[in-house]
Design a protein around this ligand. Sequence first.
Ligand code: BG6
Length: 487
Amino acid sequence: MAAMDNLCDIVIFGGHGDLSFRKLIPALYHLSNGGYLSVLSRVIVVARKEMGREEHLALVREKLIEFLGFDQFDETKFLHFAQQLHIVAVNFDDEHSYRDLKELLDLHPQRERINYLSTAPDFFTIISFMLSRLDLITPHSRVVLEKPIGRDLYSARAINIEVLNYFEENQIYRIDHYLGKDTVQNIMALRFSNRFFMPLWDANNIDHVQITVSESVGVEGRWGYYDQYGAMRDMIQNHLMQLLCLVAMEPPCSLDADSVRDEKVKVLRSLRPMSPADIERHTVRAQYAAGSINGGPVPGYREGEGMQESNTETFAALRVDIDNWRWNGVPFYLRSGKRMRRQYSEIVIQFKGIPHSIFANKGSCISQNKLVISLQPKESIQLKLMNKIPGLSDQMRLQQVDLELNAPLNSARKPDAYERLLLDVIRSNPTLFMRLDEVEAAWKWADVILQGWSENLVPMKSYTAGSEGPSASIQLVAQDGESWHDE
Ligand code: BG6
């Protein structure tokens, strides 16, 4: 712990939004209690509505209890944290309304400043502009941009260009919270600290890769946002692409930010652009219809709050090809959907079969080896291997068994991804944040598919809430002779 080193002012724009209450404030509460944030640091919550200090603290307390649960909330710790909390009201495009914020920040002009823009991307430019105009950006300032950065390459570029007018690239932290998850960082540890995988990690040995992020939750009151974005922009272009990069990238020469990001961007640039025929054959989009989850009825996507008509996909599945030496001919299948049967994320590395079986006539069928990396909620790594069934039978009978690596059991609380990422911003470590060229390369590739979908190259399918997604997703892999790893 080096709390005194972590002395800073953290300003959360959109401070009364869902993300702030659900993730950012709880993360800062834990960082403060854990001694990772100097007691002199301030957390300045920027809301649109005027609110007195007492009313604000009561609201934050209520939300912390809601999102942390009573077991993780501690009244005494909250009172300490509350001393660091400040509230100001700002109307983003009204310069005069920034007065209170400016007064607060000007009390410590030399202090490290973190501006967390937890707002719709439409506000990134105006907030940056106002901060600059009011002389609130110093060499010690950083800005954190929540995803999605734009809706396509064009809008992402426009945002990046605008924000770069006020902040240097090394002051900009583009967040993808998947990179803050321990299990996601462990992909690099697994690949680059175990020699065992090194000679196997390529097209000679790997048949294909599956990446699934399946959610049983719906859009949770975020219709206004979600309906403009859909599964491709909300999940695939960022979270699943980042997972793909971590699986596919070459070993970086070190763990420093640019070495890691250089390798990820090379993967993104090697993604094979899809032709119209590829889009038809290799992509699936679908929207959920009414069904049931955990025994309870769930309305269809279009029956949700205020929705009537919508052509937004809540599920997407794709076959992605990477045109480089290591991955030539190895399909990466990606899928993500809302209101699915189960809530889980996993990566499956399916190895090729053995070249010749000596067991072929002995009644045993040999399954290909698989490495299953479960990211959440289960955190484990399983290597599926063949093994002899013990016994005296004259036939050598085999079965598949799991070599399982579980995260060490530890009663300590697991830090949330946002704790890790906020701490990295505080410490000025951008390794787990997306560089400008990464975001743009991911959009460039995704735009082609989104364009194809907007031209109806692929019909919108439907799936029942609580299912494994549309049957077209099963066909997507079946046409290559594969099936999804569903357990
Ligand atoms: C967010 C998406 O980035 O990630 C949400 O906007 C999604 O729609 C969420 O539910 C999933 O994150 P996690 O950490 O719960 O897998």
